[in-house]
Write a new protein. Structure first.
Length: 440
């Protein structure tokens, strides 16, 4: 049985990190640092749980389960198909892929263009080049380790380290006081919630298929060894994410002290980095965003293309990759704000269900024969998450909205937690009262 060598394992870990680390990952940690100030490291402890721990567990869970479809089948085959398609579309052409082009464009072009520049035309040309390059790499998904792991990931890490070292050499005013009441009151919880917004847990469920493909392309064929290598790649990517998040949080905390009032991570970076490096700093920041967003775009096109090629084999992988690249380019130019209005509510329903599936998978050895546990838990989690989303959209009666608001942790965006726990208990009791099935 062939095993993956240390060098190849490291490259696969770099590849997975590159697929994770995009615009949101660049923005949230410095935003946390700026808002938390002197409480930054408490806030980062919370963020590490949701933005690093859960995604790593997601990669491991999918690898151990034999794929996202197999994990979803533990609830019901129909649920598996619907949930998986919704997850891939949400992190693919409906939101995340177009955002990679839109966000990198905003950071790389307008700051250097004049006030009269035709930005709409520039964005069209930029997106054409951006998606053409991403599609070129994505057409050979088994080669991503050679292209992302060996080249683009080290470039991205180098750019971030240079920025971090610049902040160490010139710390400006030092850390400022907390600028957010939520961080001042409970930095760990608020950091956890801000990390929750990166949506990397859903991406983790999708990336496993491409990582496994890259591992097999290096001669590893035995399924158990592929699972082990995928899990190791998840832990390596998690350690890299944690290190980079720590550097970005430090940068953000310094920015909060020197330029108080920033409301998001993008503003934090655009304030601080040019102040440290001048025009070269602005170019450096633009390069970081372009490389990070490009890496994620390639990974998402590959992941979505691989899944849909298996689900709808009437079109081969390359056709699906072209479709996703073209659709994403159109959406990126049509206006991301409208897409966010549609996609964010969908993600708010999917994300709690993804967390529950991941956590349950690590207890499958003991709960696999409890036939109603997965369905009841996921049903209650998804139903309550849907109700909260409808409430936020103003589509529920006021009385029902107030009832939902009374649930524990509802004000922190975790109102689904108690229903999920009740689902575990109810599902277990129902299963024990019914004939057991063979564990799958």
């Amino acid at each position: 049985m062939k095993r993956l060598g240390k060098k190849d394992q490291l490259l696969v870990g770099f590849t997975l990190f590159s697929m994770f680390f995009g615009a949101g990952n660049l923005i949230f940690p410095p935003g946390v640092g700026a808002q938390a100030g002197t409480l930054t490291w408490l806030a980062m402890a919370g963020m590490a749980l949701s933005a690093v721990g859960l995604p790593v567990l997601g990669v491991v869970a999918v690898a151990r389960s034999g794929g996202l479809d197999a994990l979803g089948d533990r609830v019901h085959p129909l649920f598996s198909k619907v949930f998986t398609v919704a997850a891939y579309l949400a992190i693919g052409p409906c939101l995340a892929i177009p955002r990679t082009a839109s966000m990198s464009f905003e950071m790389a072009v307008p700051p250097f263009a004049g006030p009269e520049a035709p930005l709409a035309l520039f964005q069209l040309l930029y997106s054409l080049v951006f998606f053409a390059g991403a599609l070129f790499l994505a057409l050979r998904p088994e080669k991503l380790t050679d292209r992302l792991g060996k080249v683009l990931c080290p470039v991205l890490l180098l750019l971030i380290v240079v920025t971090f070292l610049g902040c160490l050499l010139d710390p400006l005013e030092g850390y400022g006081p907390p600028q957010s009441a939520a961080y001042a009151a409970n930095p760990v919880v608020q950091g956890f919630l801000d990390g929750y917004q990166t949506m990397d847990t859903i991406a983790a469920l999708a990336f496993g298929i491409v990582i496994a493909l890259n591992i097999r392309a290096r001669g590893v064929e035995e399924d158990r060894e592929v699972v082990r290598c995928t899990a190791r790649a998840g832990w390596m990517a998690g350690l890299l994410l944690l290190a980079v998040y720590a550097m970005l949080a430090h940068i953000g905390a310094l920015s909060g002290g020197a330029f108080p009032g920033a409301t998001n991570g993008a503003e934090v970076l655009t304030n601080l980095i040019p102040a440290l490096f001048g025009l070269p700093g602005s170019i450096l920041l633009a390069a970081i965003f372009v490389v990070a967003c490009f890496n994620v775009c390639v990974g998402l096109i590959s992941s979505c293309g691989e899944y849909f090629a298996k689900l709808f084999p009437v079109f081969p992988y390359r056709t699906w990759a072209v479709i996703f690249a073209v659709v994403s380019m159109v959406i990126a130019n049509a206006g991301l704000d409208l897409i966010l209005q549609v996609s964010v509510p969908v993600l708010n329903v999917i994300y709690p269900v993804a967390i529950v599936l991941i956590l349950l998978s690590f207890f499958h050895r003991w709960i696999g024969t409890l036939q109603y546990l997965y369905p009841v838990t996921v049903l209650l989690t998804g139903a309550v998450s849907l109700l909260f989303t409808l409430r936020d959209l103003g589509l529920l009666p006021a009385a029902l909205g107030e009832l939902l608001g009374a649930l524990p942790l509802a004000s922190q965006g975790l109102g689904w937690f108690l229903p999920a726990a009740i689902g575990v208990l109810a599902g277990a009791l129902l299963s024990l009262a019914a004939p057991r099935r063979t564990e799958t």
